[in-house]
Design a binder for this molecule. Structure first.
Ligand code: URA
Length: 449
């Protein structure tokens, strides 16, 4: 086979065969095919797309580029969640203990901060001592003992995705629906799970701003998972404003702890419960989403979900005393308050801009080798639709660098819009999509009021 002919074939809009895709991706991972040719292939895919069959093959080849975990020694049902990424999204920190407290297993492989979005691993590592680099043996024994582990991708797991993602990032080919699909599903399938729930976000802080693209991605993810007989449910959700009130690593971990203790912000609770309820349905713990909500509420109210989080932190070597007493955690030295200049309503909290600002305050890395300042970030005191009085604080930015705070003030101010009229409120959750079809979330939501 000749890679130039295959690139040309894709460039001209033809379907690549299983053998051809295998040849290209395996050749790239083994370094027999150079980066510049795979860059050209990625751009051809970006413009020409891929058929469902090609997307499924790419997913399989990427999954099989490394080891596929096998938890057959653990007899329970293993299920995971993936989010396409957003601002203030600390759902995984709440969902993993919540689901484990119901008796299902969550072998979660998570990522780090990327562009304007935070990463689950960075949020967990805000807890002193928390190790996300468990060995495969530790992962397996921890999963069996506690019911949930949250670890980083290793060199053994989907190395093709690791290489391709970095190349896509550098060649402006990230936003391709088949490439995103193969990237997400190959990683999740390598976890050795029995079912998957997906949070596909749309809006200013999401991978796709346009709702129709998010829908297309959700359908492609569910359709591709069906090729592998992996029961999968996607929900399409709103990422126009950040999720919850906290943005920044420790601030988000603290909000996750509060949510596990029954004091979470409404939107964060609703989305977490919606995703968890789908997991409980897939894992046959409940028959309906409404029943799922009852179970979840009970696990929070009884303290079992929070206790499970403490067990997870202990398993990963983290300091449980800060989890039990979050007030003991250090705070940033400097702060800046965004105050409303008039009476009115919060009409917009631009997710992407708020995410970018939080990163620039010190919550993110400018390069892979950079450290993170866990204490800095942004707290929102109001959400879209809330009324606000002149002079009232809408958001507070925290940093340990006065220079960074000064440099980002204008940016943060521009992310907040105040209007005189109450703005129309978009739903947080638009729809649920699975192999049997699509449903508006509103109709399901009514079941639990
Ligand atoms: N998340 C992933 O894991 N991969 C993508 O390509 C995009 C988002």
């Amino acid at each position: 086979m000749n890679q130039v002919h295959l690139i040309q074939k894709k460039r001209d809009g033809h379907e690549l065969t299983d053998r051809e895709l295998d040849f290209l991706i395996s050749g790239y991972v083994s370094e027999e095919i150079p980066e510049y040719q795979i860059s050209a292939l990625l751009m051809a895919i970006y413009f020409q797309g891929m058929t469902p069959k090609e997307t499924a093959t790419l997913t399989r080849v990427m999954r099989d580029s490394g080891i596929v975990l096998n938890h057959s020694a653990i007899s329970g049902f293993k299920v995971d969640k993936h989010s396409t990424g957003g601002v203030g999204d600390k759902v995984s920190l709440i969902l993993a203990p919540l689901i484990a407290s119901t008796g299902l297993y969550v072998p979660m492989i998570s990522g780090r901060a990327l562009a304007h979005t935070g990463g689950t691993l960075d949020k967990l590592e805000a807890i002193p001592g928390f190790r996300t680099n468990l060995s495969l043996d530790e992962l397996e024994s921890g999963l069996e003992k506690v019911g949930a582990v949250l670890v980083g991708q290793t060199a053994d797991l989907t190395p093709a995705d690791k290489k391709l993602y970095a190349l896509r990032d550098a060649t402006a080919t990230v936003n391709s629906i088949p490439l995103i699909t193969a990237s997400i599903l190959s990683k999740k399938m390598a976890e050795g799970i029995d079912a998957l729930v997906l949070d596909v976000k749309a809006g200013s802080g999401a991978i796709f701003e346009e709702k129709d693209k998010a829908w297309e991605l959700a359908r492609m993810l569910v359709g591709t998972a069906t090729h592998f007989d992996l029961p999968t449910t996607a929900i399409v959700t709103n990422m126009e404003q950040p999720l919850g009130n906290a943005i920044g690593n420790w601030l988000e971990t603290k909000e996750a702890i509060e949510t596990l203790q029954g004091n979470g912000p409404a939107d964060l609770v609703e989305l977490t419960f919606a995703l968890c309820a789908q997991m409980l349905v897939l894992g046959k713990k409940v028959e309906t989403v409404a029943e799922g909500f009852d179970v979840l509420q009970e696990k929070i109210a009884s303290g079992e979900a929070f206790d499970k989080f403490l067990e997870i932190v202990e398993l990963h070597g983290g300091d449980t005393s800060v989890v039990k007493n979050p007030q003991s955690y250090p705070t940033s030295e400097f702060k800046f308050e965004v105050k409303s200049e008039k009476n009115g309503y919060v009409a917009g909290l631009h997710s992407r801009e708020i995410g970018v600002t939080s990163m620039a305050l010190g919550a993110g890395r400018a390069s892979v080798a950079d450290g993170i300042d866990y204490t800095c970030g942004i707290l929102l005191h109001k959400k879209v639709g809330d009324s606000v009085a002149e002079g009232e604080v809408v958001a507070t930015a925290y940093s340990n660098s006065q220079d960074r705070l000064e440099a980002n003030k204008a940016h943060l101010l521009s992310a907040v819009t105040i209007s005189e009229e109450k703005p129309p409120i978009e739903p947080l959750i638009y729809a649920r999509i699975d192999a049997s079809g699509e449903a508006k979330w509103d109709s399901e939501r009514k079941a639990f009021g």
